[in-house]
Design a protein around this ligand. Structure first.
Ligand code: ADP
Ligand code: F6P
Length: 527
């Protein structure tokens, strides 16, 4: 039996490996590679209807690299170009981080990003078997794009660089680089869940894909359950041996461990509103959450003139986030607890994501039809139960929205970690905090034990959670928030990156890590 707590990588103490200071002079250059890079800075408070670089990966890596001037982040620039092949690398800087980007062609994007990544790998990794589409030509394009990434990287790499590859888009990249002569230390972190063997085997070439993962010196996952699944697959599919720290097979060995991703809590800490412009895009490394009165007034308008209680959901518009199921829970809550009608409102902020993939377009239609029906059936001239904002917001406004919300409703059906949950906690006023409701199926639930943990597949459970949250006494809200905040502060984006990079560099021995104490327990549905 594998003991989860033993396998979680440790937090680094100040002055430890990977921190600025004396060690910095000796630090090796860190090259990070991911499918996508953060997009250009926004010019307004929100980016209506535009696909932006919203997502946990960008948030975590940006947070982690800000303290590492000796790093470079390489990836696709988010655009399709007719001349992608010959295009040169564009170098730029975002929030203090050096970026090098390149375009892909429309054909590459279709087969690689929209196809194999988001219609094959994504549903397999999240256990949505019914949504898996496998097309051999998409898989071939996925392979070809790995070569494109290798072409871009090889001229940049120096022998003693540390190379850190991110997420399911680039699983075979390490192997491609090895085949072309790269010998440097290379790690891989998976930002999604890793599924059980039966699900992994839905992939067209499950063994080859797993062997490609085994090619990395270090492979990391968010939570122990994902590591367990990976180790089990490796034992069953190619007979690897596992000693609790390393996988071994045919003379090769790999460190496989858990590194829970976090946020920079300081960036979300509530501040007094200053005179700063509400529209200021916080793109200069100053993390103050500046929001002017106009924006604040707009947020308060969401509650309505009667100062209603605010229940908030913030997600990429993705079927893994369980938004239709959440809307059913909201409907159930207002039907079964009519005393809360007019006294509460649910606000769903959904940022456009992968809109060209048919499953995502269908999900959007389903969400919009459901909320239209619920608003039509339950709404009153002076009350709309569900408010819907289909857009991405810049961090200052998002932070303010989180802070204003009495309830943060984070109910993905399945999620690698879920940073929205941590951002919501970090944005609260400790004196009068809101309540986090969190799916037990999100990786974050394994750390945030003092949230109200619910089953996102059961609307009655979520509806009960909402009632409990709205009626929770101040002392219990404060107690839960203090404990949640301790975990958020201890498990930051920086600690995540430091832990991974230290193992990549030094392959450190097994050490225990902080694991959150058991929470206040689940709720029993009665609705
Ligand atoms: P995922 O990686 O699947 O998108 P996470 O919850 O881990 O899920 O990360 C989502 C990130 O995207 C968070 O940093 C969150 O602030 C950001 N985000 C989500 N929705 C929006 C939105 N509507 N506007 C701005 N940022 C958003
Ligand atoms: O792991 C989740 C993820 O795929 C990340 O790579 C990224 O943060 C997020 O989802 C957004 O995805 P996309 O780049 O497809 O918009």
């Amino acid at each position: 039996m594998i003991r989860g707590d033993d396998r979680v990588a440790p937090r680094r103490e100040p002055g430890g490996a990977g921190r600025p200071g004396a060690a910095a002079a000796r630090r090796r250059r860190l090259i990070v590679v991911s499918n996508r890079l953060p997009g250009p800075p926004a010019t307004g408070p929100h980016l209506v209807g535009r696909e932006t670089t919203v997502g946990g990966l960008a948030a975590a890596i940006l947070g982690a690299l800000q303290g590492r001037p000796d790093s470079l982040w390489v990836g696709w620039n988010g655009r399709a170009s007719a001349h992608a092949r010959g295009a040169s690398l564009a170098h730029h800087r975002r929030q203090g981080v050096d970026l090098a980007s390149f375009p892909l062609s429309a054909t590459e994007l279709e087969g690689y990003y929209h196809g194999f990544c988001n219609q094959t790998l994504w549903p397999v990794l999240h256990c949505f078997q019914g949504r898996v589409r496998t097309r051999l030509r998409d898989e071939a394009t996925y392979d070809a794009v790995q070569e494109r990434f290798a072409d871009v990287l090889l001229p940049l790499l120096r022998p003693d660089d540390l190379l850190w590859v991110h997420d399911y888009h680039l699983i075979p990249l390490g192997r491609r680089l090895r085949e072309r002569g790269w010998r440097g230390r290379t790690g891989f972190f998976l930002h999604t869940p890793f599924p059980p063997l039966e699900m992994w085997e839905v992939l067209p070439r499950p063994r080859a894909m797993l062997e490609a993962l085994f090619e990395y010196d270090v492979v990391g996952f968010h939570v122990p359950g994902f590591l367990d699944n990976y180790v089990y697959c490796a034992r069953r599919l190619f007979g690897a041996e596992w000693d609790g720290r390393r996988l071994r097979q045919a003379g090769r060995s790999q460190v496989a461990a858990v590194y829970p991703v976090g946020i920079d809590p300081e960036a979300w800490r509530p501040r007094r509103e200053g005179k700063a412009d509400a529209d200021a895009a916080d793109d200069d490394g100053d993390h103050a959450t500046r929001v002017g009165d106009a924006s604040l007034a707009n947020i308060r308008l969401l509650r309505g003139l009667q100062d209603r209680r605010l229940i908030l959901g913030v997600d990429r518009l993705d079927y893994t986030k369980g938004i239709p199921q959440r809307l059913q829970a909201i409907e159930r809550f207002f039907r079964r607890r009519p005393e809360w009608r007019r006294r509460a409102v649910y606000v769903q902020v959904a940022s456009p994501s992968r809109a060209q993939v048919p499953e995502y377009a269908e999900q959007r239609r389903r969400i919009e039809a459901t909320l239209g029906r619920v608003n039509g059936e339950l709404g009153e001239p002076d009350w709309t139960p569900i408010r819907y904002l289909y857009r991405a917001y810049e961090r200052p406004l998002l932070a303010r929205l989180y802070r204003e919300a009495d309830v943060g409703l984070v109910t993905p059906l399945r999620d690698g970690m879920n940073l929205v949950a941590k951002e919501y906690v970090a944005s609260q006023d400790p004196a009068d905090p809101g309540v986090l409701i969190l799916s037990h199926t999100a990786g974050a639930a394994q750390q945030l034990r003092d949230a109200l943990l619910v089953n996102p597949f059961v609307p009655a459970d979520v509806a009960e959670g909402i009632a409990t949250a709205l009626e929770m006494p101040l002392a219990e809200r404060q107690r839960r928030h203090a404990r949640l905040m301790r975990t958020v502060r201890e498990s930051t984006a920086e600690a995540w990156a430091d832990g991974f990079v230290a193992d990549l560099e030094h392959d450190a021995p097994l050490r225990p890590l902080h694991v959150a104490e058991p929470g206040l327990g689940p709720i029993t549905p009665s609705l």
